[in-house]
Design a protein around this ligand. Structure first.
Ligand SMILES: Nc1nc2c(ncn2[C@@H]2O[C@H](COP(=O)(O)OP(=O)(O)OP(=O)(O)O)[C@@H](O)[C@H]2O)c(=O)[nH]1
Ligand SMILES: [Mg+2]
Length: 412
C-alpha cells in the first residue's frame, strides 16, 4: 500500500497530531484539548502472542465495517520506525477504504503506553472515527494498556504453540471478553480450544483468517459486545473511568516532573523516598465538590448551561439525598438535594440556604485513611460507610479542617 503524503488534508492533520502525541509533545495534548472531544470512541482491543493472526483477523473483520475506523497497531520491536509501519501494512493486506492505520511504538515518548493509546484514540474520534481498534502483542505492559484503554478485548490464540497448558500460563486470556483460536485450518486448533475451555471455562471461537471459517460468528459476537458497550449508561461509566484514570496519570506525571525539577540535588538513596512521597501524594486526588441545592432540576439546568456534562443521577437512601454528578475531565461536581426534612443536607440548606457542602478526595483505601487519621489524632465524623457510586466514604469533622467538611472516598 502506498504511503500518502501528510499534507493539509484531514488525514494529514490527524497523522501529525498522532505523531505529537506519540512523541509526548505537549503541543499534541493542546491540539487534542482544542478539538473538544466529549466522548471517547468505542475501542476494541485485539491482543495475543506474536504471529497468531491478529492483523489478518482484523482486516477480515473490517472488510464489512461501515464508517471510518482508526487502527492503532502497537509494535514492540521497531519503536517509531517507518519499517514497523510498512511491516504491519504488508501483513494487513486488505486495508478497506475508510480505515486509518497507525503504528505506535511501545518505547520512546512520554507517559505510559495506555495513556498514549487513549489519547490517540481520542484524537481519532476528533476526526470522525467512531470506532478505534488497538492491536497489541499480549505481553506485560501492552496487555495492561489494551485492557485499560479498550471497551472490548479480544484475545487471539493459535494452535501449535507447543505445550498448550504451559502456553496458557503466559496467555492474557484473563483480560478477554472474547477468546478466539485462530488458524483453525491447521491441525490442533480444536485441541487448543478444548484446553482453553477446560482451564478457563471460556469457550473460544474457532476462526481461520485465511479461509474465512468462523469469521461470521466472530463478527456477530463483536457486534453484540459493541452494542452492549455502547449502551448510554455503560459507555458513560466506561468513559468516566477512563477519563478519571487518564487524569490521575497526568497528575502523577506532572508531580513527578515537579519533584524532579525542584529537587535536583538528591542524596544517594533519596529517589526511593521521593517516590514514596509521590505515591502518598498521588494516592490522594481531588474527587469532587458537593453543593447543596434546594431545587435539583433547576441546579442541573444551571450547570448544564455552564457547559458541564451530567454523568449520572443517583438517589442515596442512607443519607436521604438525591445526587447529580457532573464529570469535569474525571473530577466531579456533585449536586445534593435532601429527600426528607431530617436529611443532614436539609438542615444545611435550612441554616445556610445551600451552597458548598463538602470537598472530597479519593484515596486508595478508606479504612486505611481512617486508621491513619485516628493515629494522628484527627477527628472524623463517624466511621467508614458506603457512599454513592459504590464507594466507601469517610468524613472528617469540620473542626479538623478549618470548618470545612472534607470527605475521603475509595473504591474499596
Ligand atoms: N494457516 C493460517 N495462517 C494464518 C491465519 N491467520 C494468519 N495467518 C498467518 O500467520 C502469519 C501471521 O499473521 P498476522 O496476521 O501478521 O499475525 P499477528 O498476530 O498480527 O502478528 P504480529 O502483529 O506480528 O504479532 C501470517 O503469515 C499469516 O498469513 C490463519 O487463520 N491460518
Ligand atoms: Mg499484527
Amino acid at each position: 500500500m502506498k504511503k500518502k503524503p501528510e499534507g493539509h488534508s484531514a488525514t494529514g492533520r490527524l497523522a501529525r497530531l498522532l505523531t505529537l502525541i506519540d512523541n509526548g509533545d505537549d503541543r499534541g495534548m493542546e491540539a487534542l484539548a482544542g478539538r473538544k472531544v466529549t466522548r471517547l470512541p468505542y475501542i476494541l482491543g485485539i491482543t495475543g502472542a506474536a504471529g497468531v493472526g491478529k492483523s489478518r483477523l482484523l482486516s477480515r473483520i473490517l472488510e464489512t465495517k461501515a464508517g471510518k475506523v482508526g487502527v492503532l497497531a502497537v509494535d514492540p520491536t521497531h519503536p517509531g520506525s517507518g519499517g514497523a509501519l510498512l511491516g504491519d501494512r504488508v501483513r494487513m493486506p486488505r486495508l478497506p477504504a475508510g480505515v486509518f492505520f497507525r503504528s505506535v511504538a511501545t518505547r520512546g515518548g512520554a507517559g505510559g503506553l495506555s495513556d498514549k493509546l487513549l489519547d490517540m484514540a481520542t484524537a481519532m474520534k476528533g476526526f470522525g472515527m467512531e470506532d478505534v481498534v488497538i492491536e497489541t502483542i499480549g505481553i506485560g505492559q501492552d496487555e495492561l494498556a489494551v485492557r485499560q484503554a479498550a471497551d472490548t478485548v479480544v484475545v487471539v490464540e493459535a494452535p501449535g504453540l507447543g505445550d498448550e497448558v504451559q502456553a496458557m500460563k503466559s496467555s492474557p486470556i484473563s483480560i478477554a471478553d472474547i477468546v478466539v483460536v485462530n488458524k483453525c485450518d491447521l491441525p490442533g486448533a480444536a485441541a487448543s480450544a478444548a484446553v482453553i475451555a477446560e482451564t478457563t471455562g471460556v469457550k473460544p471461537i474457532l476462526t481461520s483468517a485465511l479461509d474465512g471459517d468462523g469469521i461470521p460468528e466472530l463478527r456477530t459476537r463483536l457486534a453484540a459486545a459493541r452494542k452492549a458497550a455502547l449502551k448510554p449508561e455503560t459507555k458513560r461509566a466506561a468513559d468516566a473511568r477512563k477519563f478519571a484514570w487518564r487524569m490521575r496519570s497526568a497528575l502523577s506525571g506532572k508531580w513527578a516532573k515537579r519533584f524532579a525539577d525542584e529537587l535536583p540535588d538528591l542524596p544517594a538513596g533519596a529517589p526511593h523516598q521521593v517516590y514514596a512521597g509521590l505515591q502518598r501524594l498521588t494516592a490522594c486526588l481531588p474527587d469532587h465538590v458537593a453543593i447543596a441545592v434546594p431545587d435539583l432540576d433547576a441546579a442541573i439546568r444551571q450547570y448544564e448551561a455552564l457547559g458541564f456534562f451530567l454523568e449520572r443521577r443517583e438517589r442515596f437512601i442512607p443519607e436521604k439525598v438525591d445526587t447529580a454528578f457532573f464529570n469535569v475531565a474525571g473530577f466531579h461536581i456533585e449536586l445534593l438535594h435532601p429527600t426528607a426534612p431530617d436529611s443532614p443536607v436539609a438542615k444545611f440548606i435550612a441554616e445556610r440556604g445551600g451552597g458548598l457542602h463538602h470537598i472530597a478526595f479519593s484515596v486508595p483505601d478508606a479504612k486505611a485513611a481512617a486508621a491513619d487519621f485516628r493515629r494522628r489524632g484527627i477527628e472524623t465524623l463517624g466511621a467508614v460507610r458506603p457512599g454513592t457510586r459504590g464507594k466507601q466514604i469517610l468524613f472528617l469533622h469540620p473542626k479538623s479542617a478549618a470548618r470545612v467538611l472534607l470527605e475521603f472516598c475509595a473504591c474499596r
